[in-house]
Design a binder for this molecule. Structure first.
Ligand code: FES
Length: 320
């Protein structure tokens, strides 16, 4: 059986993090009620999603607080050194950068909730972790700002709180990036159909000789099969970097090299071993019996991106 490889958000799939779903359900309901309250709030959500501009607002607007807090981190560091010799000329600018970050975080946060409110499954859970991480960072910056306006005595603590906030907002950024690049949040899914989660008889055993890759069509998804040292591996034949045809690539044992930009992947679990691709190939479980080969999306592939919930179960459409 081919298992999907590890990603940064894999630990969040564990039952230990089910509490994120418990929090997500009422929060999601609350945001839905707010965004759907009237025509005006619907228009506001449209704007926060980026509909009028045909471009997502969230990834564009987060550069404001991130840029401000990066500036603050630099100025705080210079302030720390300069303060040893008395008065520092960096202090007022550092405070202004922290303050600007806090103000610009408001539209960044709102656009994030507007995007998250329509997520479900693992994407919703990772999105909640991303939100909680960033809220923690904002709280630290707010506390830092409070100390800054109160004067000099707490300056060191104020800088430390901002530094901690900066590290945490970085972790939030990693989760946000994972949501897009690995979990496929808000990418145009129409480009890449997903195979249904079921076993499909795709090939005769005698049609897959050792070491010769074969591509089969599984309901519009090209599945690349390779028999290697007694095992059969199956992955999507689209390269996750830009959709290159992996079946036309070069093979070396269980490693395939994409013919377009030379990304290399391990077919055993789909993990990238050479860029530019940095995300996993979707993998398939393989069964061989009675001279026939069947495949089915592996558990992780079936949940990545998750299959859409039927409308009646979708939180956005569930009866109130
Ligand atoms: S499409 Fe495969 S490496 Fe770019």
């Amino acid at each position: 059986m081919t298992r999907q490889g590890w990603t940064v958000t894999s630990p969040l799939e564990s039952e230990r993090f089910a509490w994120l779903d418990t929090i997500s359900a009422p929060v999601q309901k609350g945001w839905h009620a707010l965004f759907r309250a009237n025509q005006g709030t619907m228009l506001a959500k449209n704007a926060l999603n980026g509909v009028p501009w045909r471009h997502r607002v969230h990834p564009a607007i987060i550069i404001l607080p991130l840029g401000a807090w990066t500036t603050a981190a630099l100025l705080d560091t210079l302030d720390g050194f300069a303060s040893r010799n008395g008065e520092s000329q960096y202090r007022a600018s550092a405070d202004a950068a922290v303050a600007f970050g806090l103000v610009s975080a408001v539209p960044a946060v709102l656009s994030g909730w507007a995007d998250w409110v329509d997520q479900y499954g693992h994407q919703r859970r990772v999105g909640m972790a991303h939100a909680l991480t960033n809220i923690t960072a904002i709280a630290l910056y707010a506390a830092s700002m409070g100390l800054r306006v109160r004067g000099m005595e707490r300056r060191r603590t104020a800088r430390a709180l901002a530094g901690l906030g900066y590290a945490i907002v970085g972790a939030g950024g990693v989760l946000g990036g994972e949501m897009v690049y690995n979990l496929g949040v808000n990418i145009p899914h129409v480009l890449y159909p997903k195979a249904p989660v079921k076993w499909a008889d795709v090939l005769g055993s005698n049609e897959l000789p050792e070491g010769t890759p074969v591509v089969v069509d599984f309901e519009r998804v090209p599945v690349l099969l390779l028999r290697h040292e007694g095992s059969i591996y199956a992955v999507e034949s689209w390269c996750p970097h830009a959709g290159g045809p992996l079946n036309e690539g070069t093979f070396e044992g269980c490693i395939v090299e994409c013919p377009w930009h030379q990304s290399r992947f391990d077919l055993r679990d789909g993990h990238p071993v050479q860029g530019p691709a940095a995300t996993l190939l979707r993998t398939f479980e393989v069964r061989e019996a009675g001279g026939r080969i069947s495949v089915k999306p592996s558990f992780e592939a079936a949940d990545w991106p998750p299959a859409p919930a039927p409308p009646a179960e979708h939180p956005a459409l569930a009866p109130q």
